[in-house]
Design a protein around this ligand. Structure first.
Ligand code: P61
Length: 460
């Protein structure tokens, strides 16, 4: 078998944070207390935390230095102008409206342009995006290409949206009911897969034809641009920045969680060209987030985001980042653990229903795997499956499940080394050997939206 290589970390470590370990007994008690929900476990009780790559990045010395230059004026802080310039130089839109994170950007945008009965197409909506559409009485619809749902397909751009599915939706529902089309890059709910520039152009043309604004959910735009460079013909020699600029040139705007590809612990924004929409968004922002030059952030946070967004386009950094996912995924794959392929940019996704074939979907195999991984090894991962996306279709009816039942091992940016990932792979390989001991669960308490954050469960 070929050796799976991990390039060395393209940084030196200047500040360290100790990792604390716990005993199995302690973890067992914590699971019981949290209702078998790893969101309820204190982070200090987690050995390797792969719950999310969101807001968990290590900032650079340049970003920390920038934090000290925070201008904490209420209006017109200089850091806002730095952010505005940095975002405009990559995204190319006129208005840059900061928010405290991605879902706030979604809320102020959707709240300003959607009404009850509207439809929002996407390749696949992530959970907060779906919730922010649906809370307004609009419908979130997914039109990813068929390969997106086939974990074994090696298609290089499984994040693509199917233009024919989109056209059929527009024709049947009417363009007047579709205030905007979204495109999530990379496609987080579908294995972190990239979208090609060919597809971005095609979808942009469909939207232009029907006069529908086209927006990106741009959280992981730098990783997406890097995959285009590596996989799409004609882009090998372009810089990742040029590719990102071209991606955005086909769109009308974007929402962004800076907690991903702007390498910050908090922050986000909406950026767009349309003056009338921008005005409505700024008015909505003032009610809940703050004045439009800070949008729920301190001046220092704006500065960290202004600096981080450029660092995320560094090709040495992106090479290492994508190699981390390929390394972890490769070790698991080589050991016969079912994983979603190709490996995405920010995470490795385990096919939990194949890992635990003895647990039926209604007993949430993905959730069961996250519980077992924490109990046995102190590793925290997130279920992207039946608990996160399952829904009752009516009172007393059977629950409907998403097509894929996965557990995501999300890799925080610049935080863990190859040795940490090797530990995770070894833990999963061991767990896989004893998989028949893992039990399913049932939900005992849940909330109506985004239930996985607070649900309480019981082992069967
Ligand atoms: C994540 F367990 N993602 O992947 P905000 N769009 C997209 C995202 O991936 C995303 C947001 C919008 C997270 C954090 C997270 O149930 C969960 O800055 C494609 O988090 O508001 C966030 O950006 C929202 C983890 C979100 C979860 C929801 O881990």
């Amino acid at each position: 078998m070929a050796e799976i290589k991990m390039p060395f970390e393209p940084f030196r470590i200047k500040v360290v944070e100790p990792i604390r370990t716990t005993t199995r007994r302690e973890r067992e008690a914590l699971l019981k207390q949290s209702g078998y929900n790893i969101f309820g476990v204190p982070a200090e009780k987690v050995t390797i935390d792969l719950l999310t790559d969101s807001g968990t990045s290590a900032m650079s010395d340049e970003q920390w230095a920038g934090m000290m230059t925070g201008d904490e004026s209420y209006a017109g802080a200089r850091n806002f102008f730095h952010l505005e310039k940095a975002v405009q130089s990559i995204f190319g839109f006129t208005h840059v409206i900061p928010t405290h994170q991605g879902r706030a950007a979604e809320r102020v945008l959707f709240g300003s342009v959607l009404k009850k009965g509207d439809i929002v197409p996407n390749n696949i909506h992530f959970d907060t995006t779906r919730a922010n559409v649906e809370v307004l009485g609009a419908k979130a619809m997914d039109f990813a290409r068929d390969e997106a749902y086939d974990p074994d397909s090696g298609h290089p751009f499984k994040g693509d949206m199917d233009p024919d599915k989109l056209k059929r939706c527009i024709e049947s529902k009417g363009p007047g009911r579709i205030p905007l089309v979204l495109m999530t890059v990379t496609n987080n709910s579908g294995g972190g897969q990239p979208v090609s520039l060919r597809n971005i152009k095609d979808i942009s043309e469909v939207c232009a034809h029907y006069d529908i604004p086209f927006f990106f959910d741009a959280c992981r735009f730098a990783e997406n641009a890097f995959f285009i460079k590596k996989r799409e013909k004609g882009y090998e020699k372009k810089s990742v920045l040029e590719i990102a600029q071209e991606m955005f040139s086909y769109a009308d705007g974007a929402t962004m969680s800076g907690k991903k590809d702007a390498l910050v612990n908090i922050g986000g924004f909406v950026t767009l060209d349309d003056d009338a929409w921008a005005e409505r968004i700024k008015n909505a922002l003032i009610i809940s987030e703050g004045f439009p030059t800070y949008g729920g952030l301190a001046g220092r946070d704006l500065e960290a985001m202004a600096r981080g967004i450029g660092e995320a386009l560094d090709e040495g950094y992106l090479e290492h980042r994508t190699a981390q996912a390929a390394y972890l995924g490769g070790l698991l794959d080589q050991a016969g653990i079912p994983v979603f392929k190709p490996f995405g940019g920010h995470a490795v996704y385990i096919l939990a229903d194949r890992f635990l074939p003895h647990i039926p979907r209604k007993k949430y195999p993905g959730w069961a795997l996250t519980v077992a991984l924490y109990r046995e090894y102190g590793i925290r991962a997130v279920e992207i499956g039946g608990v996160m996306f399952g829904s009752k279709t009516g009172r007393g009816r059977e629950e409907a499940y998403p097509e894929l039942e996965m557990v995501r091992l999300a890799i925080p940016r610049r935080v863990y080394t190859g040795a940490h990932l090797q530990f995770v792979a070894e833990a999963l390989i061991e767990l896989h050997k004893h998989r028949d001991k893992i039990r399913g669960l049932r939900i005992v308490r849940e909330s109506p939206f985004l239930r996985h954050f607070t649900a309480r469960l019981e082992e069967l």
